[in-house]
Design a protein around this ligand. Structure first.
Ligand code: SF4
Length: 472
């Protein structure tokens, strides 16, 4: 069950046609499994699983900050009943929601009653929603029948190592079969169980995404081998995520550094030949809600939910999804026309795009919280990854703060040849021009594909580009 043939991106639209029908249906509107779908469909995590059965040196579940965005962090813990109610409320408020996952804040399978009760309630009340589970894999094989019975079709296993030596630098202890194990003994058991869990999922037709936290000094050498191994075992997708420094973690205290965007890109390129890579992961909080990259969790707090009456309407949601699919189809057809067949690849350039979703250039430079980075050549545009930034236009900030934020954003985008946004103000435009970065807002509200194609032809190849409408 290995995925697509293309290396273009995570799982872009074109790739899905290579998949068997049953698998295509599982991934086509899943924002994490299909790179294209993540522009249109939303996901939510419900935080019902507080306990964890292992310790990772990059994790500190006590730390909760509204601006923090990484797995393991939540604002409110929910009971299964509260979680199911929240899912129905979100699904009606954000009809693009197609996927509910349980990812913590601990390990879902270290809290089996709470986790499976939540899934049972959601399956009963909203059977049109896909169910996902993220786990460290320690007890995955034990629950495989339950996972299958509940039709949890997507399981993510975080696997960070191949060798016991490397794993023992990441995991100081595990709690398994009523006993605590430490150091290499712990690492050995965990690795065995993770790979057994992966195998059990594959044998049962469950799609597996393997997440790997890339910590250059710790597991950087081993990740290409890991990627090969999980592919050979039948994992569907590999998601190499940068280690995010968290306050109070062992790695943070030891001064272990995260990878640079360039290191991440290089690692992804090294592994790309091995298997399908997810490049659009946002390392969401364990209670994240919305399109990837946005978090609308604060709109659905327990307090607010207690005042909401919910009439779950799957037919209405279906109609909305059909509209989205029509839009996707239009964009797909347009995309085929944009970059014509050519032998000559031309120069490859990196371009940063500001988007709020729907695959459009619809975000201003100053309000963007992230940029989507594409590598563009005469043959097409390939999504590389996103880079988070602090919005430059931020009501109450002082000039000096604004300058610092702008400098920080420019440093993060310094390897890009251009920034394409719906609007770029005079001030940043001047600074960006001085750094030889093209500022392009003439393609506002076009599809990202069309904007990139037009940019490449006009600015890189210096060709005449006729004015057109979206997809034209
Ligand atoms: S953490 Fe990554 S894989 Fe999980 S929901 Fe967010 S984007 Fe998807």
């Amino acid at each position: 069950m290995s995925g697509c043939h293309s290396k273009q991106c995570g799982l872009g639209s074109d790739d899905l046609s290579f998949l068997p029908e049953d698998i295509r249906r599982k991934v086509e509107n899943h924002p994490c499994y299909s790179q294209e779908a993540h522009h249109f469909y939303a996901r939510m995590h419900v935080a019902v699983a507080p306990a964890c059965n292992i310790q990772c040196n990059y994790c500190n579940r006590k730390y909760d900050c509204a601006n923090e965005s990484r797995p393991g962090v939540v604002s409110e813990l929910l009971t299964p009943e509260e979680a199911a109610k929240k899912v129905l409320a979100v699904a009606m408020e954000i009809p693009q929601l197609t996927v509910v996952g349980i990812a913590g804040p601990g390990d879902p399978l270290a809290n089996p009653e709470r986790t499976f009760r939540t899934f049972e309630l959601i399956k009963e009340k909203a059977p049109d929603i896909k169910l996902c589970l993220s786990t460290n894999g320690l007890v995955l094989d034990k629950y495989i029948n339950k996972i299958k019975d509940l039709e949890i079709d997507h399981v993510t296993i975080t696997i960070n190592a191949v060798s016991v030596d490397t794993a023992s630098k990441i995991y100081p202890w595990i709690f398994y079969n009523h006993r605590r194990y430490r150091d290499k003994e712990a690492a050995k058991i965990l690795l065995e169980k993770q790979y057994e869990g992966l195998q059990a999922c594959v044998e049962n037709g469950i799609l597996v995404k393997v997440n790997t936290v890339f910590v250059p000094e710790i597991n950087g050498e081993e990740i290409p081998e890991l990627s090969k191994k999980v592919r050979s075992m039948g994992a569907f997708l590999h998601n190499i995520m940068p280690y995010v420094e968290g306050e109070g973690t062992a790695f943070s205290k030891a001064g272990i550094r995260p990878p640079t965007p360039q290191e991440l890109k290089e690692m992804q390129e090294k592994c790309e030949g091995n298997m399908n890579l997810m490049r659009h992961c946002r390392q969401c909080r364990a209670d994240a809600i919305g399109l990837l990259g946005e978090d609308r969790g604060q709109e659905f707090t327990k307090d607010k939910l207690s005042k909401i009456n919910i009439n779950y309407d799957p037919n209405w949601r279906k109609q909305i999804h059909e509209e989205i699919e029509k839009e996707r189809e239009k964009l797909r057809k347009a995309r085929e026309l944009l970059f014509g067949e050519t032998e000559n690849e031309g120069p490859k350039v990196l371009v940063a795009v500001a988007s709020k979703g729907n695959m459009l250039v619809n975000e201003h430079f100053g309000t963007a919280k992230e940029f989507l980075i594409y590598e563009v050549s005469a043959k097409g545009a390939k999504f590389i990854h996103h880079r988070k930034v602090t919005p430059y236009c931020h009501g109450s900030i002082s000039c000096l703060e604004g300058e610092n934020i702008l400098e920080d954003t420019i440093a993060k985008l310094s390897d890009c040849k251009a920034i394409i946004a719906a609007k770029i103000g005079f001030e940043p435009r001047d600074v960006l021009k001085q750094r030889n970065i093209d500022c392009v807002d003439e393609f506002a509200y076009l599809s990202i594909d069309e904007a990139l194609a037009r940019y490449y032809k006009k600015y890189v190849l210096k060709e005449e580009v006729p004015v057109g409408t979206n997809g034209g």
